[in-house]
Design a binder for this molecule. Structure first.
Ligand code: AMP
Ligand code: MN
Ligand code: MN
Ligand code: MN
Length: 280
């Protein structure tokens, strides 16, 4: 399949995107996308709606999720593609992630309370609206309350490292998360390697550990990746035997740096993720 008509990393309002799954699919249709995965953070709640809308538009759909994990104490994201959202192990994993995210929301709001904010009101507003809350939902609530001008400012002032609302995370280990994805019939893809502040050596070790755990692909073509980022990712994929995945990490139409279905082409010599999924 032509990689320019594929997007394997997108978000809806079930996590920190703004569009409903059906709206996301309508936009995908406008952009000429033929194969779409919905990969909300730690939830598959939007997949049934997206699958229905894709069937109407004749778009091939892959149920997915972007799972938050840790490796060597650092946060790492793993995209699961083609998972069965009803598989009991995955269902249990996602229920646990929802609890972890609700606990983290409460912890962040306790800390915001110590900084003089109405933490109880913020936790109630965000936690009730979102079963699987993200920090973006919190940031939006802070903007709504006039406590930050925009999302970036909310992270900078309140939620980022060293700020009053920063809380330590407690995510499952990478290997366990990859095993959950494969047991649910999915393929695991290591997300956005250019986002991690790792040395080249540590990134190589991460990819080796990921492959050994059963990982299948690495994001090599993404919106927001420069030529250097891409050649580094391609070298990692070749070295560790991972296929090259492609996606926008789309969150909202207002963010021009992550446009749905638009990203650099896959370099030569990289096995496309679509081939590994049996879809090319
Ligand atoms: P979480 O997974 O709940 O920690 O939320 C992380 C999400 O927040 C990421 O997926 C990004 O979409 C968003 N995010 C992280 N840092 C920033 C930032 N500085 N500005 C805007 N959005 C951010
Ligand atoms: Mn996000
Ligand atoms: Mn991510
Ligand atoms: Mn993402």
């Amino acid at each position: 399949m032509d990689s320019e008509r594929v997007d394997l990393h997108t978000h809806s309002h079930h996590s920190d995107g703004v569009l409903a799954p059906a709206q996301l699919v309508a936009l995908a249709q406008q952009r000429g996308i033929r194969l779409l995965a919905l990969t909300d953070h730690d939830t598959t709640a939007g997949c049934a709606e997206a699958a229905g809308a894709c069937a109407v538009h004749g778009i091939r759909f892959l149920p997915g999720t972007e799972l938050t994990t840790q490796w060597r104490g650092r946060e790492i994201h793993v995209v699961g593609l083609g998972v069965d959202p009803t598989e009991p192990g995955l269902v249990a994993h996602l229920a646990d992630m929802a609890q972890r995210r609700q606990r983290r929301l409460a912890e962040i709001c306790t800390r915001l309370g110590r900084a003089g904010l109405d933490g109880a009101a913020v936790v109630a507003a965000v936690g009730a609206a979102k079963p699987v809350p993200t920090r973006t939902d919190l940031a939006r609530e802070l903007v709504r309350r006039g406590l930050a001008a925009d999302l970036g400012a909310a992270f900078k002032r309140w939620l980022g490292p060293g700020r009053p609302g920063h809380a330590p995370f407690d995510w499952p280990e990478l290997g366990l998360t990859v095993a959950r994805i494969t047991a649910a019939g999915g393929h695991a893809v290591l997300a956005h390697p250019h986002h991690y502040k790792f040395s080249n050596g540590a990134l190589r070790e991460l990819c080796t550990a990921f492959r050994a755990a059963g990982g299948s692909g690495l994001e090599v073509s993404m919106a927001g990746m420069g030529p250097n980022d891409q050649s580094r990712a391609a070298a990692l994929a070749r070295r560790s035997g991972l296929a090259g995945s492609m996606g926008s990490d789309f969150h909202e139409p207002g963010l021009p740096w992550r446009p749905l279905g638009r990203f650099v082409k896959l370099p030569e010599g990289i096995v496309p993720m679509t081939e590994r999924l049996g879809l090319s």
